[in-house]
Design a protein around this ligand. Sequence first.
Ligand code: Q46
Ligand code: ZN
Ligand code: ZN
Length: 322
Amino acid sequence: MKCTVCRGPAIIDIRRHNAKFCSEHFLKLCRDQVAKAIKEFSLLEAGDRVLVAVSGGKDSLGLWDLLLDLGYQADGLYLGLGIGDYSDSSGEYTRAFASSRGLNLIEIDIPDDYGFDIPNGAKAARRVPCSACGLSKRHLFDKAAIDGNYDAVATGHNLDDEAAVLFGNVLHWHEEYLGRQHPLLPARNGFPKKVKPLVRLGEREMAAYCLLRGIDYIVEECPMADGNRHLRYKAVLNELELTTPGAKADFFFGFLARGADHFAVAAGEDTLRFCDRCGAPSSGEICAFCRLTERATASTQSANSAQSTPVTFVGRDRHVSQ
Ligand code: Q46
Ligand code: ZN
Ligand code: ZN
């Protein structure tokens, strides 16, 4: 197998590009694809200060590395979710990456700082864990970016993630979520700009990128993801990609080019008011995160009884919206 660019020994075959790459040209491809996404979707400007949401996984650590390589000022933000061993080791991988490169890592620990962990807090608030987790992440990333005066929050959603989310949103015709599904969410009404610079790279490419760059990352999935719809959509699309290389990219980029505008109105406008407790933009007097914290911590004292009480979950599966 030879590199399509230099004819040297290739280490990876990317069927949707109908090309093979040696390690040098593969790393260049990754950088070029991120630079292309940034330019194509106007994600960042030269010299921007970026806050990268890092989880210790291949996508977020790879993204941090790529943004630094492309010359952006990038700091990391790690959220401790209190999900047992998974959180312990994802924090260790993140800290090891940051300290080995002398990077600035901001840490927020939800159990220490807000008094609940995601599994028990979600149960107490009668939400599915990924719904409580997603809500907390959005709120805390936004707050950290605004407080720290960052130009944007960057997340490690890759092509596989975005295609799977799009698949779910189309399958159920979630028009509002379709209206927000874009690699760029501009700053608005007190929310920071949010960008997804990895949309042109797949999961397999991110794993290979980390391997070649010597980035150690947590391989294990979050235990709360078990049975998640998002993972089932990924499996369906992987099956399709096997026989139709490029199907995921066609689906996602075709939507952005020809479908996204149609749903833009459905995303609506955010209400211009602020949470009475924390000052975050909110559609009601008290924002969703403050309500979650209240319910999650009110039940901490009676956690034992909450655990034995049957609960009705509300909220959606993870990754459906930003
Ligand atoms: S961390 Fe949180 Fe994911 Fe775990 S609880 Fe669900 S949303 S699966 S990216
Ligand atoms: Zn080559
Ligand atoms: Zn609030």
